[in-house]
Ligand binder design. Sequence first.
Ligand SMILES: O=P(O)(O)OC[C@H]1O[C@H](O[C@H]2O[C@H](CO)[C@@H](O)[C@H](O)[C@H]2O)[C@H](O)[C@@H](O)[C@@H]1O
Ligand SMILES: O=c1ccn([C@@H]2O[C@H](COP(=O)(O)OP(=O)(O)O)[C@@H](O)[C@H]2O)c(=O)[nH]1
Length: 491
Amino acid sequence: MGSIIDDKRSLIIVSNRLPLSVKRVNGAFESSLSSGGLVTSLSGLTKSTKFQWFGWPGIEVKDPKDREEVKKSLEAHNAIPVFLDSSLAHEHYNGFSNRILWPILHYQSGVVFDETPWQAYRRVNELFADSIAETADDGTLIWVHDYHLMLLPELLRDRLKQQGKSCAIGFSLHTPFPAGDFWRNLPVRKHLIEGMLSSDLIGFHTDEYKQNFIDTCASLLNARTEIPNQIQYKNRLVSIDKFIVGIDPQKFIDTLQKPDVQERIRSLKERYKGVKVIVGVDRLDHIKGLTQKLKGFDAFLDDHPELQNKVVLIQVAVPSREDVKEYQDLETELCTIAGKINGKHATPEGTPLLYMHRSVPFNELTALYSVADICLLTSTRDGMNLVAFEYVACQQEHHGVLVLSEFAGAASFMTNGSIPFHPANKTEMSEAIFNALNLDPAERKAKYEYLRGFVNTNTRFEGFAAFVFAKWGETFIERLSRRCRRPGSSC
Ligand SMILES: O=P(O)(O)OC[C@H]1O[C@H](O[C@H]2O[C@H](CO)[C@@H](O)[C@H](O)[C@H]2O)[C@H](O)[C@@H](O)[C@@H]1O
Ligand SMILES: O=c1ccn([C@@H]2O[C@H](COP(=O)(O)OP(=O)(O)O)[C@@H](O)[C@H]2O)c(=O)[nH]1
């Protein structure tokens, strides 16, 4: 348990986006919390004092004096910026990571490979490697996150070796890893897999993603995969495992107790008296199945005219990757569908769909989770989906029902406590919503208790000494550090 402290090893976390995004406001630099599940999943680590977090600050800063100012402002949060020119950042983040790699990882077809963004992806991974290698001490544990940085472990290992440093490198993928044939769509797939295989430990969200990766290594690289949870490639042994990512449920429970949040809950309950509330919270992304959700809800309203004015769907669509054309097109499509649904089903008494295209403050989010009778999540593919966990954390009193797509990573653990469905099937979704509304209280409670057990046990936070770690983070780092104590280890 105390191994990280006993080891006195320092820890470096790396992700494309820092947990804080920097903006220039009236000439000065201000930072605010970045959105998305990766930041949520690692937020507990910010309570620890012994780590540094490397990432892109979300803004181009050219002037060396300004760079110093940004560095200083982030230092207080243990964050170290990797500065990138905006065109390079754009090609890396939007061009390759989100237009090419992300869709392939999520089984979307029709992706067109392009050399320019690929070169930018390589370059950004190199810049990250340069910056981290310069700072890391011998023996530092380095934990790299996500698909934006798949080449980093290899580039970093080379640089560290040249400098005579030996560091353990871990890599966690937050997205699915697709079955082999899908991965073949990517002409540069071998480079990416070899990049990841320079890690000592690789973590996935589910057994399925882990197995897909192992199978790909065997078929693409002829790597040896006979030993469970190990891949042998080019004289290196890499450990592979599933690590169940989590949230800090207590943060939601505490927020719900705040007087202003209680007041907001009372007012929302009054507003929706006699109306069943369904909530959806998703980044505006194809993988969240938002068009499917709206169409499924439309089918539900068609199937149940007796529930007119008795059910409302409050859908928060958090703006995401707005510089990518596919995301802009999706936003237009969703506005059109939302308008059509309300045009068809609204009455002078109200509209069945509230579609909000913006982020919501944390207090408002918890109040929404708390008043909702159902949480509807329709991902066509999704690494995990932490919104499912957050809804459960906010439903201790009411035992709301989770209606969860079978394609969210979370479904691997939460199916027993939720109502699962196939997101491409409108009829199935409509039935799932209806069944959730009509679940008898005993069954609702039983399902809820199952989910609460999962969220609190598998993902609860562990506190010890000066450290408070998300359990999954603590487990990963513990394994990484153990991996390096083995005889013959390369780190
Ligand atoms: O940074 P963005 O481009 O705005 O995107 C936000 C995050 O999206 C993805 O989140 C994934 O990680 C979650 C936590 O493990 C998981 O629950 C979810 O299913 C994934 O989609 C992405 O992988 C992150 O890197 C982004 O920061
Ligand atoms: O306006 C909002 C609404 C939600 N979230 C958070 O975004 C995360 C979404 O994580 P998830 O794993 O569900 O999906 P991702 O967006 O990472 O794909 C959750 O922690 C939400 O609370 C956010 O940052 N801003």
